[in-house]
Every structure is written in C-alpha cells, then in structure tokens.
Ligand binder design. Structure first.
Ligand SMILES: Nc1nc2c(ncn2[C@@H]2O[C@H](COP(=O)(O)OP(=O)(O)OP(=O)(O)O)[C@@H](O)[C@H]2O)c(=O)[nH]1
Length: 396
C-alpha cells in the first residue's frame, strides 16, 4: 500500500491530523485493515468510481464505494520527533529520518497560526513565523543525507576512479533503504557540476535537494487555520510554495464527533454540514458549529484533511486509478465481483506495469491487455488513463 508520512515539529497538530484522517476508515465495516501499529493506520483517497458511468453495481474488494465515490486505502505513518538537530541524533534523531524515508510522499503539518515556536513550545498566537518551519524540515533531511554521503566520500571517489564505477550507482548504494531510486539520482545529478571530483559542500547540498524534490515530494498542511492569526500566514505560504492546503484538524474532529452522535450530517471531505438535532445542541455547541461553518468550511471549502490526502496522491505523486478485471464484458473478477479493485498507478504506466502491481505471477505471464470499455486490445506502450477498466490476458 502507498505510504504517506505525516510529520512536523511538536504541537502543530500532527496527531490531530493523523487521527482525523484515519478515524473514519475505522468505522467502515468490512475494512480489512485499520490500525497497523502504533504509528501507522489506514486512511483513504477518494476518486470517482466508474460504476455510475458504466451503469453497474460494484462489489469492491480492496476499497469501498459510497454513492459512486471510490475510497482507496493508503497508509499513513505518524512520524514524530522532528526537532532542530534531528540529523545529529537530537530527539528521536535518525529513527525519525528512517521512518520518514519509508514514505513516497511527505505531509508536513505546520501551525499556521504561529502559536508554537521553533521547538514546539506554545507561544502567543501570531508571534512565531510559520514560514521558518517549512525550510526547517527540508534542512534536517538534507543535513542527514549529507552526513551519509560525506562520510566515505574521499574513499569512494578513489574507488570510482580505480574501478571505473558509475557515480550515480555509488550514490544510490549509499542511500539504500531510503526508497530513492537510481533514476531519481540520475535525474537530480543532471543539474549539478558534472565533475564530481570537485564537488564542495554546496554541490552536495544542491544534489540532495534535487533528489528530495524528485523522490520525496512534500505537501504543506497549514493547520490551525481556524485561528484568526492563520489567514495572513496562509496567504504568504501559498504565495511562496506550490502545495499548501489550509486545514483545521480540530474542526474535522469536532464535525466527525457531532456526526457520529447523530447531531449533524457530515461526511469527511464535505464543504458543509446539516444540523439534524438542533434541540440537543447547547448554545456553545451551536456557536462552535457556526464558527467552523463560517471560518473554515465557507472560507476554505472544507477542513482540508481529505483534500490534503487527495492532493498528496493525485497531485504530488501524479497517480491515477485503474480497475483490473478478468471479464471485460461484465467487468468482473473470477468470482463475479464487479469492479473489485481500484489500483493506484503512476500516470504514464503501461499495462504490463499494472499487471505486476496486481500480482508478480500476472506480470510474469502477461501477454496483452484489453480496454474493457471499448472491448479493444491495447498496445504494449499504451499509457493507462484514470478510471480505465482493463482486462489482463496471461499465458496458461
Ligand atoms: N485551534 C486549533 N488547535 C489545534 C488544531 N489541531 C490541533 N490543535 C491543538 O494543538 C495542540 C497539539 O495538537 P497535537 O495533535 O497533539 O499535536 P502534535 O503535533 O501531534 O504534538 P506532539 O505529539 O507534541 O508532537 C492540541 O492542544 C490540539 O488541540 C486545529 O486545527 N486548530
């Protein structure tokens, strides 16, 4: 399952974000996996299910369909321990960085209201500039990777020369376990001085930043957007960085709780709610709900939690959803389940890559694929499209 790391300095609302993003999956009946371990749980991203358009009733297996919306599971990892000096082993140090590197995409939770200082201590709202926190995470990761690469560099350069090794492959081996691919390194290296024997600290830093931007894209969640000091900071963040999602984890938690109690009707991701039991709500509760409506839902179009997850997968990672089936006429698997699985694949993937994502045996025995909508065989280099329904034909 695709992994998303949720991180940020202490007190910014990481746990609140993590809990609000994963609690709704827990409620879902027949969900095969909920809490994986203490700091991992399943959340979901939402995509339009092809069932409506194909006029069929689907029987999802790896996902859930609610009113034509397909909820696809992703794994969230709660990575606590970001403190200044983490790369030198402060706080949870390298454990923090190892955990972070498991994920394909990072969600960096920021206290947009500026009420926590650089170390995560509470301060007067608006007195800390949250823009300073954005650079700080990347700096910690860069310094940590620099430490790894720099450690044996002189010896490695000699070895590269003596044994005529490929520099990108050598860097790749040094960074093993970080999920960074050889292709990522080759691409990142193009923009730095080609003569690696002359690399200074700045060249390493540039290379590492390039690698990070390619291999570990980062989404900024501007949390605590409900506080009055957040608005101006959010504007400044959005002007400077491409992926900033205003959010209020606390509002999401409040709305989900009220919905669970039957007081309002609200589904995560909605941009509005409806009060069902006005008489059972106290004046304070009504005021709080009104505050959320005006200051979060109407202002930002939602609490930002579901938007952030969707943006991480479909925006930053550029994924699409493809539906493999066995019977291209009925859109079913072997057992007759209609549109059983939605699979997240990177945009640009071809049918054989989909086959491997379904199962390695199916990949090994892949012959060709059929576009079930058009009932037509597709070419080996056909780029899969979002919501494609594909039947894979295998040998034997
Ligand atoms: N106003 C407001 N407060 C929030 C929001 N999200 C979290 N908080 C508050 O911020 C404080 C920290 O929240 P946590 O979720 O524990 O933060 P954390 O980043 O996990 O903190 P650590 O466990 O210390 O790393 C708590 O008092 C929350 O109630 C939000 O969206 N709005």
């Amino acid at each position: 399952m695709l992994q998303i790391a949720v991180t940020g300095k202490p007190n910014v609302g990481k746990s609140s974000f993590f809990n609000s993003a994963t609690s709704s999956s827990v409620e879902m009946a027949n969900y095969p996996f909920t809490t994986i371990d203490a700091n991992k749980a399943v959340a979901h991203v939402i995509s339009e299910c092809p069932c409506k358009e194909l006029n069929v009733t689907c029987n999802p297996r790896n996902s859930i369909c609610i009113d034509g919306k397909r909820l696809l599971p992703v794994e969230l990892i709660d990575v606590a321990g970001l403190v200044p000096g983490a790369h030198e082993g402060k706080g949870l140090g390298n454990q923090f960085l190892d955990d972070l590197m498991q994920a394909k995409v990072l969600i960096h939770v920021i206290d947009a209201s500026g009420s926590t200082d650089a170390e995560g201590q509470s301060v007067e709202a608006g007195s800390h500039d949250p823009l300073d926190d954005i650079e700080f995470l990347e700096d910690e990761i860069v310094m940590w990777m620099y430490g790894i690469l720099n450690r044996n560099w002189v010896r490695l350069v000699r070895k590269i020369e003596a044994e005529k090794l490929d520099i990108a492959k050598v860097i790749f081996d040094q960074l093993s376990g970080t999920g960074i691919t050889l292709e990522d390194i080759i691409e990142a290296k193009r923009k730095v001085n080609p003569d690696y024997t002359k690399w200074e600290k700045e060249d390493f830093m540039e290379l590492i930043r390039n690698i990070l931007h390619i291999a570990k894209p980062m989404l900024i969640v501007a949390n605590k957007a409900d506080l009055p000091t957040a608005e101006e900071n959010i504007k400044r963040m959005q002007e400077k960085y491409p992926y900033v999602i205003p959010a209020s984890a606390e509002s999401e938690i409040a709305l989900v709780k009220a919905a669970e109690a039957g007081l309002i009707s609200y589904t995560p991701g909605d941009s509005d709610f409806e009060i069902l039991e006005k008489d059972k709500l106290s004046d304070n509760q009504l005021k709080a709900l009104e505050y959320i409506k005006v200051n979060i839902l109407e202002k930002y179009g939602g609490t930002g939690i579901q938007t952030a997850l969707n943006e991480a997968i479909f925006g930053l990672l550029n994924m699409i959803v493809v539906y493999p089936v066995q019977d291209e006429h009925k859109y079913t698997d072997q057992k007759g389940n209609v549109l059983p699985d939605g699979i997240l694949v990177p945009k640009g993937a071809v049918p054989k890559e989909l086959a491997y994502l379904v199962h390695s045996d199916i990949g090994d025995n892949f012959m060709h694929a059929v576009d079930a909508r058009k009932n037509m065989r597709i070419a080996a280099d056909y780029e899969l499209q979002d919501k494609d329904v594909i039947s894979i034909v295998t040998r034997g």
